[in-house]
Write a protein that binds this ligand. Structure first.
Ligand code: 3HC
Length: 689
């Protein structure tokens, strides 16, 4: 074994007559310029040496190539392009074997597809996540993948960006052999086995799977996924590229692929989605703590409250294999809560996303109890009870007396002051907010609320745990509603006022849905429950919401809220609600007029940007991109618009300020400008870079 070529991150060495090409480009072996140049040089080296009979391409470190280097996007291209690299690999006259571990993603999978053979370890994963960056696989992937894996699989993989495991990849023909043990050794042995087989199997030349495709598959696929793809440009272009693979010879299909790729690459959605990729990763970085802060060990979690939130929160830890002790006040509440958890798990299993053994395993590490003292040896305790300061303080006081030293005491409060809660203990440094979003077992967002005294290692532990339970966490400061719910407030206030002034719930919701939100403010109110936070006195009617609650219009659960619902929960506008709105307007002397869609955007979305700017200037968010992460993962802000702060930057902060100035008088004392927004607009700056 001797190293014969050394070109930056790519090195080569010989194993007998096999040339082993190794990439070492941490952290994820992204296919940056030096890697691409090295790969081409390595293939040339193999071609130029008669003693070499086959080639193995492998990677050092945690993973096989995880794709193109995203940091190069938008910069002047450096040759060779990835399409040239993959063609060079496929056109090598000696068999090339890709040896895959970790994740072969995007351009990485395209390198593997261009190789003549693919061997992988059992836990390797495969995917083309370009769609999540607003793109499509642009190095022949949309043409080779359907030829190798089949058209339906290619459609599924390119439009979802989801990863598949080695076994599934093997079953669909994407992997030739799964090998246990030392990958390089197996790959070299495999290369020896196939070294004399000719012609070389080239993915681009395979026709059997594309010829077998049912031509109706595309229309069906579009129809079945219309809702999921709504607003996004990339899924449709991925479909068109796969369609080209079926309709055209490879050489023409790749030309279509390139055109579609460039259309996406130069568009606004790809820019937003690529920004968001890095925003999400940046959110994990906690500012103003010593770099070497070590996390505390969390082996056992306690949850107080087995209601919807407590149950959902517990499921996250159970699914990650962390035992949970859940405490309730009454046996009935405890049984109801654990029953719901089991039902949720079983529903997941019935969809094939979990086995019944996994359900039993998760439920098997849950310890339901009425005994508060059972929490004493937990490493992290999350309180998820009624949203009332006095109750929370009492619980934290009790925890302080009960649980072991060094345990983390967390509250799932969505609005309340963590510092006040922490002050009811003798260890405020151990107290933190962990604000999960409902349904807590599904929603990806976690706000980690950093109190004035929260210890750095508590924050680091929370961030690490978030990753373990597959959440995306954002650090927020202590303020009413933290980041997400605080920004919801001005939207709600203005949306309600707009109703009185002449807009309808349907109009306001339509504007939000057309913008790309999953639903508008009134659809959301109906889903969550109009009665949330209601004073429960049907005789006290001070606003539209009170009036709806008083006549039992509590939302979808009652079949009526801001909308009427049929038995299949389909909404229709309600004349009753319209009358209530008009009566209120009259009573309050509000003059009704035609409201434009633009006014709705300015009063409900621009105001959110303004609130986001206040959050930023008060230091309640670490960075503007964190606010975007909260809104994309917590509230379904369309990722193709990047998030509210990125969107504001794309609109232009001067446009936002102008719009708000237009509405300032109408919004009255409910509104005040963020100084940061005004300053940035004035200076022509942006929130995000
Ligand atoms: N390019 C540049 N940097 C990348 C990168 C990429 N493709 N993928 C990951 N990174 C960086 C991250 O930004 C992060 O940097 P940081 O430490 O400075 O924050 C670091 O690598 C580690 O990434 P993660 O924190 O995400 O590490 P994980 O271990 O959690 O996940 C992963 C690893 C599954 C590989 C994940 O990083 C990932 O999904 N990466 C993106 C893969 C992708 O989208 N590939 C397609 C690229 S587009 C393409 O290939 C176009 C082609 O078709 C022409």
């Amino acid at each position: 074994m001797a190293t014969i070529t050394e070109t930056g991150p790519i090195t080569t060495h010989r194993h007998g007559d096999v040339l082993v090409v190794t990439s070492n480009n941490p952290p994820v072996n992204a296919l940056g310029a030096a890697v691409r140049q090295g790969l081409v040089a390595a293939i040339e080296e193999a071609e130029g040496d008669e003693a070499i009979k086959a080639v193995v391409i492998r990677c050092e470190g945690q993973t096989f190539f995880a794709g193109a280097d995203i940091t190069e996007f938008g910069k002047p291209p450096v040759m060779p392009w990835l399409p040239t690299v993959v063609d060079t690999i496929e056109n090598c006259t000696k068999p090339v074997v890709a040896a895959i571990h970790g994740t072969a993603l995007g351009g990485g999978l395209e390198v593997a597809l261009a190789s003549h053979y693919r061997v992988a370890v059992p836990d390797a994963k495969f995917g083309v996540p370009e769609v999540k960056l607003g793109l499509l696989p642009g190095a022949g992937g949309t043409q080779r993948l359907p030829r190798v894996a089949g058209v339906e699989q290619a459609l599924q993989m390119t439009t979802s960006g989801a990863m598949i495991g080695a076994k599934q990849a093997h079953d669909m023909g994407l992997v030739d052999r799964i090998v246990e043990g030392e990958l390089q050794q197996h790959a070299v042995a495999f290369a020896e086995e196939v070294r004399d087989i000719r012609p070389l199997p080239k993915s681009s030349e395979r026709q059997d799977k594309v010829e077998a495709a049912d031509p109706g598959v595309f229309a069906e696929f579009r129809k079945a996924n219309a809702r999921k793809f709504r607003g996004f440009e990339a899924p449709e272009k991925n479909i068109q590229a796969v369609e080209a693979a079926v309709a055209k010879p490879y050489a023409e299909g790749v030309i279509d692929e390139r055109r579609l790729f460039m259309e996406l690459m130069t568009g606004a959605q790809a820019r937003a989605q690529q920004y968001f990729f890095f925003a999400e990763r940046k959110a994990a970085k906690i500012e103003n703590i010593p770099e070497d802060t070590q996390p505390r060990s969390v082996k056992k979690v306690g949850v107080i409250g087995a209601g919807t939130m407590g149950g959902g929160i517990s499921m996250n830890f159970l699914s990650a294999g962390i035992p949970v002790t859940i405490v309730e006040m009454t046996q009935e509440a405890l049984d109801r809560g654990t029953g719901v958890m089991r039902k949720n798990y079983e529903a997941t299993a019935s969809k094939g996303r979990m086995t019944s053994e996994q359900v039993e395993k998760a439920m098997g590490i849950l310890s339901p109890t009425l005994d508060f003292d059972a929490l004493k040896d937990c490493d992290l305790i999350i309180e998820a009870v009624f949203e009332q300061m006095e109750i929370k303080k009492e619980i934290f006081g009790r925890l302080d007396k009960t649980v072991k030293k060094g345990a983390i005491l967390a509250s799932n409060t969505s609005y309340l002051n963590i510092d006040e809660i922490a002050a009811s203990t003798s260890r405020p440094e151990d107290v933190v907010g962990l604000h999960f979003f409902s349904p807590a077992n599904v929603m990806k967002l976690l706000e980690i609320v950093r109190g004035a005294k929260t210890a750095p290692d508590v924050l680091v532990t929370a961030m690490g745990l978030a990753k373990k339970i597959k959440k995306v966490a954002v650090v927020a400061g202590v303020c009413h509603g933290f980041i997400g719910n605080r920004m919801l407030m001005p939207r709600q206030v203005e949306a309600t006022k707009l109703l009185l002034e002449g807009a309808t719930p349907e109009q306001i919701d339509r504007v939000h849905v057309e913008f790309g939100m999953p639903m508008g403010p009134f659809q959301m109110a109906d889903l969550a429950g109009v009665d949330i936070g209601w004073h429960r006195d049907p005789n006290r009617i001070e606003n539209i919401r009170d009036a709806l609650c008083a006549i039992d219009r509590w939302g979808q659960k009652k079949g009526a809220g801001f909308y009427d619902y049929d038995e299949r929960r389909r909404p229709t506008p309600s004349p009753v609600v319209q009358q209530i709105i008009e009566d209120f307007a009259k009573k309050q002397g509000v003059e009704r007029r035609e409201i434009s869609d633009q006014e709705i955007v300015e009063r409900t979305l621009y105001t959110m940007v303004n609130e986001g700017a206040k959050i930023l200037e008060e230091g309640m968010a670490q960075r503007a991109s964190d606010i975007d992460v909260v809104w994309v993962y917590g509230y379904g802000w369309p990722v193709y618009r990047g998030g509210p702060m990125f969107w504001a930057d794309t609109e232009g902060l001067d446009t936002i300020v102008e719009g708000l100035k237009r509405q300032e008088e109408r919004m009255g004392s409910d509104f005040s400008f963020s100084k940061l927004l005004l300053d940035k607009a004035e200076r022509g700056e942006k929130f995000t870079r």
